[in-house]
Design a protein around this ligand. Structure first.
Ligand SMILES: Nc1ncnc2c1ncn2[C@@H]1O[C@H](COP(=O)(O)OP(=O)(O)O)[C@@H](O)[C@H]1O
Ligand SMILES: CC(=O)OP(=O)(O)O
Ligand SMILES: [Mg+2]
Length: 394
């Protein structure tokens, strides 16, 4: 028996899975969300069913205790399935970590040091690691970095055109994120199509709360839309994505808002939330369908940006075998998939309406048989990918 516990800490939530690695069977999975709010929520599922709990959760350490209690109360017993290792999602690995890494004190110092480049994510990741180390002191803890898969970006792709020395001194460059998901999904796409990974050109659209696009050429990330931080690129739940940097100077001068205020504005108060008042795509689509004008306009902005990246990445790849939609929005929203690729017959992309609307889960094809490019929906599984990489390291 060798079970691995995976902890995926987000800024205000964390997801976990206990996976038996001999079979890759998920023994339990769960979610602790709205950490730091007055109304916290947790959900724990095992082979028998799931249990939910509403209670305020102060921070990630307490969230971790809520998870342990859910295991105690509902099983499976962690004494009967003791994890042989714990795998942790860490968002920013900077230029230091290009591979899954066993967590040492020095590694933790580095993760802390990189928090200035991912203030919403790295501190939460670190809290998760510390709580897990306290609960499981005898097993190895492994950090799997979102940035790692993008270590193959060329200098042309990762360099911002600003003063070279200044950029180097302050670590200013594109790093890219969601790499664990882009890797898992692009590999699954090649497998689905029965193509060798080493000869497959794919655009992955990871559309969750955070969202990013990635051009994957023969198994390697060659371009991705998130940059030095997870703020650049696509329109997201609460993040603006691309914008003229001069907007910040203008707002600072006009409104007197500090750079911290503007940081909060762009990271937490923008995206579809800023445009429509709804940060959750389900709510925004429902409002748009009910005729809400702001939500309809926000949808247009979201899709316009998405289409732009598809076109740009097709140009970089030179040939396109597949476009893959994944994560919460990508897996569940036919309207977004159809809208993003509408009119892209010029690239050989043709969605099949019926296939796209099917409520089926699991990896599936949603393009027509005549479409030159295969359009796929592939559920991401960052936790399984983290568990596999954790097992490989230990
Ligand atoms: N069934 C669904 N239909 C439409 N959107 C969904 C559905 N389920 C989740 N989403 C959307 O997915 C987003 C969250 O995606 P997720 O991948 O869980 O994000 P994250 O990992 O960043 O928290 C939210 O905007 C949510 O509205
Ligand atoms: C890196 C990032 O944006 O992650 P998430 O989508 O989980 O917020
Ligand atoms: Mg996510």
């Amino acid at each position: 028996m060798s079970a691995i516990l995976v902890v995926n800490s987000g800024s205000s939530s964390f997801k976990y899975q206990l996976i038996e690695m001999t079979t890759e069977e998920v023994l339990a999975s769960g979610l602790v969300e709205r950490i730091g709010d007055e109304t916290g929520h947790s959900k724990h599922s095992n082979g028998q069913g799931s249990t939910e709990l509403d209670l305020p959760i102060r921070d990630h350490s307490q969230g971790f205790q809520v998870m342990l209690e859910a295991f105690r109360a509902n099983g499976p017993s962690l004494d009967e399935h003791p994890p042989v290792a714990v795998g942790h999602r860490v968002v920013h690995g900077g230029k230091r970590f290009f591979e899954a890494t066993v967590v040492t004190e020095l590694v933790k110092i580095n993760i802390q040091d990189l928090a200035e480049l991912a203030p919403l994510h790295n501190p939460a990741n670190l809290q998760g690691i510390e709580a897990a180390q306290k609960a499981f002191p005898a097993v190895p803890h492994v950090a799997v970095f979102d940035t790692a898969f993008h270590s193959t970006l060329s200098p042309a792709a990762y360099t911002y055109a600003i003063d070279k020395e200044l950029a180097e001194r302050h670590r200013v460059r594109r790093y890219g994120f969601h790499g664990t998901s882009h890797k898992f999904v692009s590999e699954a796409a090649a497998e689905f199509l029965g193509r060798p990974l080493g000869d497959t050109k794919t655009i992955v659209l990871h559309l969750g709360n955070g969202a990013s696009a990635c051009a994957v050429s023969d198994g390697k990330s060659v371009e991705t839309s998130m940059g030095m931080t997870p703020l650049e690129g696509l329109v997201m739940g609460t993040r603006s994505g691309d914008l003229d940097p001069a907007v910040l100077f203008h707002l600072h001068r006009k409104t007197g808002q500090s750079f911290d205020d503007l940081d909060t504005l762009l990271n937490r108060g923008s995206g579809i939330l800023g445009l429509s008042g709804h940060g959750d795509m389900r709510d925004m689509v429902a409002a748009a369908n009910a005729g809400d004008v702001d939500s309809q306009a926000a949808l247009d902005v979201y899709l316009h940006r998405l289409k732009q990246y598809v076109g740009a990445y097709a140009a970089h790849l030179g040939r396109l075998d597949a476009i893959v939609f994944t994560a919460g929005v990508g897996e569940n929203t036919p309207l977004i998939r159809a809208g993003a690729l509408e009119g892209l017959g010029i690239l050989g992309i043709e969605i099949d309406e019926e296939r796209n609307a099917s409520p089926e889960r699991g990896p599936r094809l949603i393009s027509t048989d005549a479409s030159r490019v295969a359009v796929l929906v592939i559920p991401t599984n960052e936790e399984l990918e983290i568990a596999r990489q954790t097992l490989a390291v230990i």
